[in-house]
Design a protein around this ligand. Structure first.
Ligand code: BG6
Length: 465
């Protein structure tokens, strides 16, 4: 068969997961916000399944990594849990079992020929730092995060050459402070803006710390992973175009611009200032953000954002919200993933590629997550018990096709990671929707390769399909 899509040499083919979604809580010194929320209110989680065992990576990592090797992945991203590695947040004293665990995980990846990409924060703020300081609302927490990051670089930077400061910081802003899907489930637009700012500062501060390490001196790189949801207007009418422009500023450029260009979009600052919700900044911050831009960018792409002009007067009862300037538009006929409720629009990957090429200096970047969560996958097992997830293969083929076009037109993309290697715990959706190349039987913790796992192995072998 003739290969239609070939990817650049050295392309990263892999998958991403995170500490809190895969490890389980075994031997952790502290609780993160999700651990705490689950202990307090298990009803808030699908089938009341929490993060206690997750996919048991804490105990199973040698076998799990062997399975990842079996399906050919050359790179895998996971995250170091602040609540596992650090015993004392204020001094940065480490937890011996946490250090042992991450050392072993990193060594096992390396021994299996899989390059580990280590992320420092995947929504897993220590609950103590929320209770004591208000979490990301506080600059002290920004400093504590930088201390934790420094520890990670010192401990693991001899083997980990690719670091990520944050996964989807915008989701922290939206989940914790606007739309109530992460603890503490607040609706507070002003705090949301401050948190957005503090997260940018924390990322830049961690990059500054990284640049002083041996790892950076020997070619190590550091980036950020952003969930980009390209904003498309409902129509060419100026009100819709303006609504989409604000959505793009608030949802995407608020992290993309500081990370890559070293500054916030002036148009965003202007509107937030007029609305009286602009963040508090210290004079020295600007230089930190400007001088500590990322070496590379990870883009999690799942869905676009379709915007229309807001209808009627803005409801002030919850204070300021970004919806003062846009409303979500449900485009008739859009293709949906009904399980997750997300639109499927593969062309956006191409739009992202061209946007990065033209407006972000063609910085090296990769797709750090893309995938399709499906409920009730067990019904797709054939008579031999083999899980035939052809819909997932088709989903990836379409997205990779558009990514390939972007690369062919000069976008500097160096890899593609699926979400996720092994079915993992999905926050309040728990194990409702499955995303993995490898299936997890929750009752037995047995892990088996799906059809998509063998498919990706073939793609990796041929560096294309
Ligand atoms: C991304 C996150 O938003 O999407 C992951 O980085 C998450 O943590 C994944 O699991 C899939 O989303 P969800 O909400 O279905 O788990």
């Amino acid at each position: 068969m003739v290969q239609k899509y070939s990817f650049p040499d050295g392309f990263w083919w892999g998958a991403a997961t995170s500490g809190p979604q895969s490890e389980g809580r075994f031997h952790k010194a502290h609780r993160n916000v999700f651990d705490y929320w689950y202990d307090k209110d298990p009803q808030a989680f699908f089938n009341q399944v929490g993060p206690n065992t997750a996919s048991n990576f804490y105990n199973d990592y040698p076998q799990d990594i062997a399975l990842m090797k079996e399906i050919g992945l050359n790179t895998v991203r996971t995250s170091i849990q602040w609540t596992r590695l650090i015993r004392d947040f204020e001094t940065g004293e480490t937890d011996p079992d946490g250090v042992r665990f991450y050392n072993d995980v990193i060594d096992t990846f390396c021994r299996n020929g899989i390059r580990p990409i280590m992320n420092l924060h995947h929504f897993d703020l220590p609950i103590d730092l929320y209770k004591k300081y208000g979490g990301w609302e506080s600059r002290h927490v920004v400093d504590l995060f930088i201390l934790f990051a420094r520890k990670c670089f010192e401990l693991f930077g001899d083997r980990v050459k690719n670091w990520v400061t944050f996964n989807e910081p915008m989701v922290i802003v939206e989940g914790e402070y606007l739309y109530q899907f992460h603890y503490p489930n607040l609706v507070d637009g002003k705090k949301a803006c401050q948190v957005l700012y503090n997260l940018n500062l924390a990322s830049a501060g961690a990059i500054e710390a990284f640049r002083k390490t041996e790892c950076a001196a020997h070619g190590g790189r550091i980036g950020i992973v952003l969930n980009l949801t390209p904003a498309y207007p409902r129509s060419d009418a100026p009100e819709d175009v303006q609504a989409a422009a604000f959505a793009e500023d608030f949802k995407n450029k608020s992290f993309l611009d500081p990370a890559v260009l070293g500054r916030f979009p002036a148009s965003l600052e202007k509107i937030l200032r007029e609305d009286g919700v602009l963040w508090q900044a210290e004079p020295e911050d600007l230089a930190i953000i400007q001088n500590n831009r990322v070496d590379f960018l990870g883009v999690n792409y799942y869905q676009p954002f379709r915007a229309k002009a807001p209808e009627g007067m803005f409801d002030e009862s919850h204070g300021w919200l970004p919806e003062k300037h846009f409303a979500a538009y449900e485009m008739p006929g859009r293709r949906m993933n009904p399980y997750r409720g997300w639109e499927i629009y593969p062309r956006s990957i191409y739009d992202v590629a061209i946007n990065i090429r033209d407006n972000y200096g063609n910085i090296p970047w990769y797709i750090s997550e893309n995938g399709m969560g499906v409920e009730g996958e067990e019904k797709y097992r054939n008579a031999e018990g083999f899980l035939e997830d052809d819909y997932r293969i088709d989903f990836f083929k379409e997205h990779l096709g558009w990514l390939h076009k972007g690369i062919a037109e000069g976008s500097n993309c160096f890899g593609f990671h699926a979400w996720t290697p092994i079915d993992c715990w999905s926050w309040s959706n728990a194990y409702k929707n499955r995303y993995g190349f490898i299936a997890l039987d929750l009752a037995t913790q047995k892990k088996t390769i799906k059809k998509s796992g063998y498919w990706i192995r073939d793609v990796i072998k041929h560096n294309g399909f």
